[in-house]
Design a protein around this ligand. Structure first.
Ligand code: SF4
Length: 329
């Protein structure tokens, strides 16, 4: 596709708008490639307001890649708890150790080197190159994808191979010239977050509306049909004796290293003491928790101190619900 826009003028309009209206975000106060990587990995599947307090706590506890590399997995998971998708925390930990082992504690700027690090995919590599090293890179998150699809009236599904190629070409084309990649990508991201929003965009106050080709922007971007949500159910055992609660350390890929309620066979004819639902990827899980004896794989923990253990949110929530209903009885 030929991108027929006056790129310097478009860049100038958007950059001026960003200097006036851009968001103040804590990871924008740093060009530390390590902290940029932390913010980007936290922002995968999590919204900005939820990430901010986690990022600030993380930057205080592990200000350098060496600090993180030297931390125990338990400390890392404890700081991450509540943010979900714990494989990101484990990958970040491995990322720090690899950066120290292979690159002497300096996060590399080369795309190939970055992509070889744990937890770093195309998006994170591009974001680190742009935001930390100010190198041209196709940073395409949901906000930028929406803006680019609308600016160029692109009707290809943005999650298809053809759509991704289009967005990547458009993103690189729009960074040509003197513009700072850090500034440009931040500006495009903020335009998508605050003006060119999902649904009905605020075109009346858009700094690039004179360049926009979208005829029906609220219908863009297009996406492939979603996979259907599958409902599944699981039974968990809750054993509480003498002020102790029995938990097992998960060895499964999703929650490896976190403390969870052990999975049990559902006891016939029993009512659960807690029942809750939570989503995981394309599944909606119903967790039914039953009073049970200690599972052989479990260990006793002081129930008062269970808050300090690294646990996935649904399990923490189930215990808290059970405790509040037990106190009421
Ligand atoms: S004019 Fe409207 S649709 Fe086009 S980029 Fe601006 S806000 Fe988005």
């Amino acid at each position: 596709m030929v991108f027929t826009v006056d790129i310097p003028e478009l860049q100038c309009n958007l950059a001026n708008w960003f200097r006036r209206e851009g968001r103040s975000l804590p990871w924008r106060d740093t060009v530390s490639p390590y902290l940029v990587a932390v913010s980007e990995i936290m922002l995968q599947q999590t919204r900005v307001p939820a990430v901010i307090p986690y990022f600030l706590r993380w930057a205080e506890k592990f200000p350098s890649v060496q600090d993180l590399a030297e931390a125990s997995e338990e400390e890392v998971l404890a700081l991450w708890q509540g943010l979900g998708y714990y494989s990101r925390a484990r990958n970040l930990h491995r990322f720090a150790r690899e950066v120290c082992r292979r690159f002497g504690g300096q996060v590399p700027s080369g795309e190939g080197d970055l992509l070889a690090l744990p937890g770093v995919g195309d998006y994170t590599a591009a974001a680190v190159r742009a935001f930390a090293f100010d190198l041209p890179a196709p940073v395409i998150d949901g906000n930028i994808a929406r803006v680019l699809a609308r600016l160029f009236d692109c009707h290809l599904p943005v999650d298809s191979a053809a759509g991704k190629k289009f967005l990547s070409d458009a993103a690189m084309k729009l960074q040509e010239g003197e513009i700072s990649s850090r500034l440009w990508n931040s500006a495009l991201m903020d335009l998508g977050a605050t003006v060119c929003i999902p649904g009905e965009p605020a075109c009346g106050r858009c700094p690039v509306r004179e360049f926009c080709k979208a005829k029906h922007p609220s219908t863009l971007p297009k996406k492939k049909a979603k996979a259907e949500i599958t409902r599944i159910s699981e039974a968990r055992g809750l054993c509480f004796l003498n002020g102790k609660i029995w938990l097992e350390k998960s060895a499964g890929p999703r929650w490896k290293g976190l403390w969870i309620l052990p999975e049990i066979e559902e006891p016939p004819g029993c009512e659960p003491v807690v029942c809750l639902e939570y989503p995981i990827t394309r599944y909606k899980v119903t967790m039914r928790v039953f009073d049970s004896l200690p599972a052989p794989s479990s260990e006793a923990h002081d129930a008062e101190a269970f808050q300090n253990l690294p646990m996935p949110s649904p399990h923490r929530r189930a215990i808290a619900l059970w405790m509040s209903s037990a106190t009421k009885k």
